[in-house]
Design a protein around this ligand. Structure first.
Ligand SMILES: O=C(O)c1cc(=O)[nH]c(=O)n1[C@@H]1O[C@H](COP(=O)(O)O)[C@@H](O)[C@H]1O
Length: 274
């Protein structure tokens, strides 16, 4: 069993929270007050972390928001990683996978160089493209299964020759690849109609469920159907609706207070749904 998975589950049961805070820190959307600091994205992330750390099990860094700014963005990502409390799980949302020797380098980058606890990967290129990630038995590898977006219809929901959607084959394969107990899947909270059946077909996988808030997925159902029988092994990610509260803020403290209120609301809703 992956040590990261054990760590995530002990925090989930301790806090009774499945909250994964998405640090999709779009520099164009960061409140004005942070622009007066020398490092707006970093100070913004630090404020989010301070405001959410009592409720968060994990922080998901969507690398696009950092890569888009080149070296300064990557430096912000690195310094943010150093500020995430040790008790929490760090997820690199980079959706990688390539031919084996390239995947090996991606795995080294995210799991060794940056020491992330978990990574999102795409299943399209098959097992040899994912094996180098699964080789890290102490980590968690989240394979895209049924994503939250409209385009999930283009491939993931297409019926194969056996009459079943492609994502069910992905699910079946990830179940087989979970020998080290370090495999997970990504299922969108906007696909709650399918979530219960997916959990029933994958009782042993760890679930990452994004799509609550800005994309309109139900938090209640994500928690109720996404968690396993022990009410663990799932993370519900919230990014924009948590990190960009409405309104203008006169100070960083006031911003932090607004994020903290929202984070506590999400935590309470999760406790109720568990
Ligand atoms: O892998 C993901 O995290 C992911 C998969 C998916 O199906 N849908 C999805 O929205 N995501 C990510 O989850 C986050 C959702 O952000 P919000 O819609 O702002 O909460 C973004 O970082 C997305 O890239």
């Amino acid at each position: 069993m992956s040590t990261v998975r054990q760590k995530a589950n002990s925090r989930i049961s301790h806090l009774r929270s499945l909250l994964c805070v998405g640090l999709d820190s779009d520099d164009q959307k960061i409140p004005e007050i942070f622009k007066k600091t020398g490092s707006p994205v970093l100070e913004f992330n630090r404020a989010i972390i301070r405001a959410t750390s009592n409720s968060a099990v994990a922080y998901k860094i969507n690398t696009a928001f950092y890569e888009a700014r080149g070296i300064p963005g990557i430096q912000d990502m690195e310094r943010t990683l150093a500020d995430i409390p040790r008790a929490c799980i760090t997820i690199a949302d980079a959706k990688r996978a390539d031919i084996g020797n390239t995947s090996k380098k991606y795995a080294e980058a995210f799991f060794e160089h940056w020491s992330f606890d978990a990574l999102t990967v795409a299943p399209y290129m098959g097992f040899d493209s994912l094996e180098p990630f699964f080789a890290y038995e102490d980590k968690l590898v989240f394979v895209l299964c049924l994503t939250s977006n409209e385009g999930s219809k283009d491939f993931e929901e297409q019926l194969l020759g056996d009459g079943r959607p492609l994502y069910e084959t992905v699910l079946e394969k990830v179940n087989q690849w979970n020998r080290g107990g370090n495999a997970g899947i990504v299922v969108g909270a906007t696909k709650n109609g399918q979530l219960e059946a997916i959990r029933a077909a994958a009782p042993d996988l760890f679930f990452l469920i994004p799509g609550v808030g800005a994309q309109g997925g139900s938090l209640d159902e994500a928690v109720r159907y996404g968690a396993d029988s022990a009410k663990e092994s799932a993370l519900v990610n919230v990014s924009r609706s948590l990190i960009f509260p409405q309104g203008a803020f006169a100070s960083i403290d006031a911003f932090e207070q607004a994020v903290s209120v929202e984070s506590e609301k999400l935590h309470l809703a999760m406790k109720r749904a568990m």
